[in-house]
Design a protein around this ligand. Structure first.
Ligand code: PAF
Length: 279
């Protein structure tokens, strides 16, 4: 497995792969890799001749008061995991090779980037879409792999690919969960043992709402209340619970008449967690 740090080196290396007619899968990450990421790497390795894992903690998607400095960085451990699960290249670009000091061009989704997570993390999705566009142009993969846990992110990336005609197939992988049901995230390591136990209430709430939905409950408000009640009860602080359209990602109110997903963000201690469940 090779570790490459500049777009030039990556392009030189991948030109050989492309010339040999081999397919390229890409798994964009910010490192601190866990089992959830490995599911993406395994999927890519099973569907492509070569898998590139990108590891880049993208400053553009962090707000001023967010955890950019604190975000875990451990390239050696990440590289070992990637190699074990079938990656051929790690692209861990230097800051200079990704952003010129005079970087001025960005990718926005004006309709959806200010909703849900975007409301509480202004500029976050502009940062995500811009870096993913840059990574797609650097790697030029046939397929790219993302987790369903970041539902809004996955939706916006798919929309960008379709709106801007990126020749990339976006493959979404089910959320990987800890035994308790807590969605795996690099941020889970910030939770104290008690917070980690209590944070399982997010998924419990989602499952309880799902059960009510299966029992014909169609009120978006009631379903939202079930999720927030469960989190409140466990001592979490709900940031938002929304029921959204699977087709448009726009919020749904009243009686549900189309396929919907519940999105949730909550704090346990100072750690912000997100999750979702398709109904
Ligand atoms: O999901 C992530 O880890 C990041 O948002 C991504 C897609 C790698 C962009 O930096």
């Amino acid at each position: 497995m090779k570790i490459l740090n500049t777009i030039t080196d990556l392009r030189t290396e991948l030109a050989k792969t492309r010339k040999a007619g081999k397919s390229i899968g890409c798994v964009p990450t910010m490192g601190a890799l866990h089992e959830g990421h490995m599911a993406l790497v395994k999927k890519s390795a099973s569907q492509n001749d070569l898998t590139v894992v990108t590891i880049f903690v993208n400053p553009l998607q962090f707000g001023k008061n967010e955890d950019l400095d604190k975000y875990p960085r451990r390239l050696d451990d990440d590289a070992a995991l990637c190699e074990k699960h079938g990656a051929s290249i790690i692209f861990a670009p230097t800051m200079d090779s990704m952003y010129d000091t005079n970087h001025q061009t960005f990718v926005n989704n004006e309709a959806l980037e200010g909703l849900y997570c975007g409301k509480y993390r202004p500029g976050h999705f502009r940062g995500v879409l811009t870096v993913v566009a840059k990574l797609f142009l650097a790697v030029q993969p046939d397929a790219a792999y993302f987790g369903r846990k970041d539902y809004q992110q996955a939706f916006l990336i798919k929309k960008m690919v379709s709106d801007l005609n990126f020749p990339v197939k976006v493959v979404l992988i089910p959320t990987s969960r800890e035994k308790s049901g807590l969605a795996r995230s690099s941020r889970n390591e910030f939770l104290s043992p008690t917070e980690r136990t209590n944070a399982a209430s997010i998924y419990e709430g989602l499952c309880a709402a799902h059960e009510e939905y299966e029992d014909e409950e169609r009120s978006a408000e009631i379903l939202r209340t079930i999720v927030s009640g469960c989190i409140d009860h466990a001592g979490g602080k709900v940031q938002y619970v929304e029921v959204v359209s699977q087709k448009t990602l726009l919020p749904l109110q009243g009686e549900l008449t189309e396929k919907a997903t519940i999105l949730v963000a909550a704090h346990f201690g100072t750690t912000r967690l997100i999750d979702n469940l398709e109904l």
